[in-house]
Design a protein around this ligand. Structure first.
Ligand code: NDP
Length: 314
């Protein structure tokens, strides 16, 4: 098996990974960045990004990631395609193996592998991706001003997103598979007291329809029960809020994670409990999950990396 030694290995190519790459590249650390499962990260699945500072006219998610990539390349970052399949962080130098069989021995690692939004698994979610289907209300809600949208889920995220969307849209359906919400009391109350939100308890979505984008959803009430009823609702946007899965599996034996799998770092720093191993972006952030907050944590991880390498003469 081929092994290569590097000073800094960055895993993941979302805003956190690329920002870490720009900073470490500029600091002459010669980082190697592996793009991971989804080159460019979650932003490449959204259309227009209007809230990333520096783009007064907005920018497409793909363009923003392309710009970040170019900026990283300018500072000599080596960007490779590949997915990390296993890791050994038991002692330094740390070892990470990629899907091409190559093992990297790294003095420092920045884990910026992101989180993957969960989808229902309907073919129509893929068919209408970027055409009415979204997993981020904060990113895409603005496009549904005065329109009708549906949010799927009954947890805090779903309630938060439904409330946010209700401030923009004319009507919001909240599609909940159980007869109750799982969200915290205060979030439930906000949803149930909002005249623009209609909660469809005990409903499942079985399909979407529309000519040039989402125009409606096929929903089923009390699926499998004698009083089962299938009907359609007219909507312009379909938002998934059924949870995210942080991409932290291979690191779990070595770093602390919460019950969902988000990596726990030391206070507001990106330090994990393994010296020289940092976590940045959505893999360590269950709360904000924004491109700009991910970029900021990538910057912090890069500064920590530089200090660690200097302190240890690496
Ligand atoms: P949760 O796991 O809490 O909730 C997921 C919701 O999606 C549940 O209602 C679940 O239904 C539903 N769901 C899951 N799979 C499906 C499916 N296939 N079809 C239909 N519905 C489905 O995830 P969240 O993202 O809401 O929250 C994650 C964590 O983050 C929680 O701990 C939450 O409290 C926290 N959070 C806190 C916030 C805050 O404090 N401001 C804001 C946002 C999140 P069911 O109940 O039937 O399992």
């Amino acid at each position: 098996m081929e092994t290569e030694k590097v000073r800094c290995l960055i895993i993941g190519s979302g805003p956190a990974g690329y920002t870490a790459a720009i900073y470490t590249g500029r600091a002459n650390i010669s980082p190697v960045l592996y793009e991971g499962i989804q080159p460019g990260g979650q932003l490449t699945t959204t259309t227009e990004v209007e809230n990333f500072p520096g783009y007064p006219e907005g920018v497409t998610g793909t363009q923003l990631m392309e710009d970040l990539r170019k900026q990283a390349e300018r500072f000599g970052v080596e960007i490779r395609s590949g997915i990390a399949t296993s890791a050994d962080l038991s002692k330094a130098p740390y070892k990470v193996t990629f899907d091409d069989g190559k093992t990297i021995e790294a003095s420092t690692i920045i884990i910026s592998t992101g989180a993957t939004a969960k989808y229902l698994g309907l073919d129509d979610e893929k068919k209408y991706a970027g055409m009415g289907v979204s997993a981020c209300a904060t990113c895409d809600g603005f496009f549904y001003r005065k329109k009708v949208v549906a949010v799927v889920g009954g947890g805090d995220t779903a309630c938060e997103e439904a409330t946010y969307l209700a401030s923009l849209a004319s009507k919001v359906y909240l599609i909940v598979r159980k007869p109750y919400l799982r969200a915290s009391q205060i979030m439930q109350e906000r949803v149930l007291n909002n005249p623009k939100i209609e909660v469809l308890f005990e409903h499942n979505t079985v399909g979407l329809f529309g000519e040039n984008g989402v125009e409606g959803a096929h929903v089923v009430y009390r699926k499998g029960e004698p009083d089962e009823k299938q009907y359609d609702i007219a909507i312009d946007g379909f938002f998934l809020a059924i949870g995210h899965k942080p991409n932290s599996d291979i690191f779990k034996p070595y770093v602390d994670t919460d019950e969902i799998g988000y990596i726990i770092t030391e206070g507001a720093t990106p330090r994990t409990k393994v010296p020289g191993v940092f976590a940045a972006g959505d893999v360590a952030d269950p709360h904000y999950r924004q491109a700009i907050t991910a970029a900021a944590s990538g910057c912090k991880a890069a500064i920590e990396t530089e200090r660690y390498l200097n302190e240890h003469n690496l």
